[in-house]
Design a protein around this ligand. Structure first.
Ligand code: NAD
Length: 496
């Protein structure tokens, strides 16, 4: 399966993907568009399609028309095509990574290239799992053959946010496609271009209509997709509020819904933790190089009182070395916030902390001084100490480069504080005691618990939250079998 590079430069790619939806294998111009801004300069980068109900329905119709033919291919053949698409995405990775940096403001070196690597890896991982779509035989009656099979569901609607759109797209489309479904992706209206380019590369390995992308607002395009009678499954990643609306739309039509929502993930640093590893681990876990715009960000850090002062000193010093600047500059560690709206939300949280008695706000690193970047949505990595546990900065998802650092002395109490959240996406504990690690991993109420590390999403490692962080798992074999197929039970008898 051959692939030729689609676009040599990011500018050409933005021009090519401006104002279009990808429907039935073609770039289809939309009737209306929305401006997409470069968050590092404030300039208009291009335009996203603003798909309406009819344009969204056309994408669903294309996916529905392609379904039977795609589902009829042997599972391993579907998998081979998805894996080949992963290798092709690797070949075009630099252009797609640059598009991602331009539209999201994430730094090319520290974030965007890595996102492309994981996105391509997810396609290759799922591409190898076609033969795992197995059923069972059931010992019901020796005179009857009783078995189960796994069937695709039909048209899958995959709704994406802007923060890591390529990894999140592959988490949805790779298992859905290998399982024999066809897909309509709803790209984020704030970051559509990298999604469109990556999807077009993947679609090049598939029959027309198997993978489609629409862009537009949640209220119009997203709502039309979730309400469409031919959508058999909804998989959504985004905010808690939109997740509720999407879940209700699925409930009205009684179709399965997977949700990956927000988080306020705790990180506990025990008295015996090795600070040489814990401080870089906290910085990686808080995703400061992604401006903290991560659902799994370790945004509540509980440090044992005996280490507290040293921890603050070392983490501040480490953050001070990070370079904030142009996302495309190879020297840059930290780019920008995605939008003025998101920045205003983050600023409101920080202002609330500044107005709280006993709280200290520590701003680290240096803002860029280049006049070309004066319209950019840059923010310093920010640490907040001395807050009460019920403060909104401790309880709510900020989705920005802001970590709250609290202190503790009693182990049972800190576990209770870590669990005192409506979310349950991730949790981390740093300790050199295996007994403490075993106890804490059993007691922490989160879907992804790590000890002495803060990994991001990895192929083959099941990922998904508890509580209001969501429903269902992604990234694993289980995610494909449980969430993108239905189980049919068959009982056969040939007794005359
Ligand atoms: P968002 O909820 O505003 O939008 C996400 C997507 O949903 C967008 O494509 C949007 O257009 C669409 N949408 C919005 N309203 C809709 C509706 N009524 N019907 C259908 N679609 C609708 O989220 P965002 O601001 O793009 O992303 C940030 C949020 O995503 C954060 O809360 C973050 O925690 C969450 N997130 C979660 C994970 C995870 O894996 N748990 C990963 C990344 C981001």
């Amino acid at each position: 399966m051959e692939h030729t590079k689609i676009s040599p430069t990011p500018d050409a790619a933005i021009a090519a993907y401006s104002g279009i939806n990808l429907i039935g294998g073609a770039r289809v111009p939309a009737a209306r568009t929305l401006a997409v801004l470069n968050p590092a300069t404030g300039a208009v980068l291009g335009h996203a399609a603003a798909a309406d109900g009819a344009e969204t329905a056309a994408a669903v119709a294309a996916a529905r028309a392609a379904f039977r033919g795609w589902a009829a291919l042997p599972a391993r053949e579907r998998g081979k095509r998805v894996a080949a698409a992963g290798r092709a995405l690797g070949a075009d990775a630099e252009t797609v990574a640059r598009l991602l940096a331009l539209e999201t403001g994430k730094a090319l070196r520290t974030e965007c290239r890595g996102e492309l690597t994981v996105a391509a890896d997810l396609l290759e991982f799922y591409g190898g799992l076609g033969s795992e779509l197995k059923g069972e035989t059931v010992p019901y009656n020796p005179r009857m053959l009783t078995m189960t099979t796994r069937e695709p569901l039909g048209v899958v609607a995959a709704i994406l946010p802007w923060n890591v759109p390529l990894v999140l797209m592959m988490l949805k489309i790779a298992p859905a496609l290998v399982a024999g479904n066809t897909v309509v992706v709803k790209a984020s209206e704030e970051a559509p271009f990298a999604t469109l380019m990556a999807a077009e590369i993947v679609a090049g390995f598939l029959p027309e209509g198997v993978l489609n992308v629409v862009c537009g607002t949640g209220a119009k395009c997203g709502a039309a997709l979730t309400a469409h009678p031919d959508v058999a499954k909804i998989t959504f990643t985004g905010s808690e509020a939109a997740g509720e609306t999407v879940y209700a739309a699925g409930a009205r039509r009684i179709v399965p819904v997977s949700l990956e929502l927000g988080g306020k993930s705790p990180m506990i640093v025990c008295a015996d933790a090795n600070l040489e590893r814990t401080v870089p681990g906290a910085n990686a876990g808080m995703r400061f190089t992604r401006q903290g715009q991560s659902c799994t960000a370790a945004s509540r850090i509980y440090v044992h009182a005996s280490l507290y002062d040293t921890f603050i000193e070392r983490i501040t010093a480490a953050l001070d070395t990070l370079v904030i600047g142009d996302p495309l500059d190879e020297a840059t560690d930290i780019g920008t916030i995605i939008s003025a709206r998101q920045k205003a939300t983050i600023d409101r949280f920080v202002a609330l902390a500044e107005g709280t008695e006993g709280a200290t706000v520590i701003r680290c690193a240096t803002m860029p001084e280049d006049p070309a970047l004066c319209g950019g949505l840059f923010m310093q990595p920010t640490l907040i100490t001395g807050l009460p546990e019920d403060h909104p900065c401790v309880t709510d998802e900020i989705f920005g480069p802001v970590a709250v650092i609290q202190t503790w002395t009693d182990y049972d109490e800190v576990i209770a504080r870590a669990n005192d959240s409506r979310y349950g996406l991730a949790a981390t504990i740093w300790t050199t005691s295996i007994a403490t690690a075993l106890d804490a991993t059993a007691r922490l109420e989160a879907g992804y618990v790590q000890v002495n590390q803060n990994l991001t999403i990895q192929p083959n490692v099941s990922y998904g939250g508890f509580g209001r962080s969501g429903l269902g798992k992604e990234a694993s074999l289980e995610a494909m079998v449980e969430h993108f197929t239905r189980k049919k039970t068959i009982v056969m008898s040939f007794d005359a």
